[in-house]
Design a binder for this molecule. Sequence first.
Ligand code: FRU
Length: 326
Amino acid sequence: QNADEEIVIGFSQCTGNDLWRKTMHDDMLRELSFYDNTRLIIKDAEDDNSRQIQHIQEFINTGVDLLIVSPNEAEPVTPYIEQAYSSGIPVIVIDRKSSSNLYTAYIGADNFEIGKAAAEFALTSFDQDTVKVLEIWGLRGSTPAIERHKGFNAGLANHDVFEIVASVNGEWQYEKALTRFGSAIDTLDIDLVFAHNDQMGKAAHEVLLNKKRRKDIQVYGVDGLPGSGGGLEMVMNGVLDATFLYPTGGNEAIRLAVDILQGRPVTKEHRLITTAIHEGNVRTLKLQSEKILSQQQSIMRQQKLIADQNSLYKSQRIILYLVSGG
Ligand code: FRU
């Protein structure tokens, strides 16, 4: 490849409209700004498997240099990820997994561990004889939902005080969780809601608040995003009793993409860190995340300044050239 030639990274994103995905895109674009001649094209499948399949095919046909995919549901999308990979395009799978090992690298936190951590946190938070749990599921065919569920069950396995008495399909979405949890809850006696993400946890909180049952029932989520509307704030404000950090991996994915494109050897599996966030540590974590956010903003400002100065410098050189006549 010619040094001046533009490098194109295609990102087939399963859904784009929530805060977690937006944060992922911001994380990617910030990292991307460190590299010259590299462009990222994001196609948002809006929770639709066939739209995502179409996007992957478009990326294969236009010949991107590298493909990043977060598969909406593993089974239907996997053959097309395999097709891209087999055609010679390096593929990074991010967050949600595919169901084969035909990809260059995977990046994401361990969702089984997250489910298990939620169970372990529950074990320390209740001292009654029975604890009835309702689980609000993410999309059934997406791997984080399956793995969070399995990890949660594994964590409770030897503790028969805990019982999962009901589950609701929230499909990762606030609105769906709001209506479906809202219509399930009236006939149920429960002590804990384990929502597979924070937005569905927030929906459960609002329903319970409305029905004046919030103080009797704990609510856990997953994601723990920093910033306004994120999970850290929700734990601070008592919307959630706990959440479990699920980093987006956006900047790591871009760094990995560049490594792959520059021919450096990379490891196949990249596991991001996770941690329980609760009343006892949320203030510290929030302060730290705010500091990082403000540093990121100042880096962006400095980069813009440098870019502005570079273009000024270029135009001055042109003027100088014209004045001196070459
Ligand atoms: C965002 C999201 C997150 C969740 C992840 C799972 O679209 O629903 O809240 O952790 O996707 O893939």
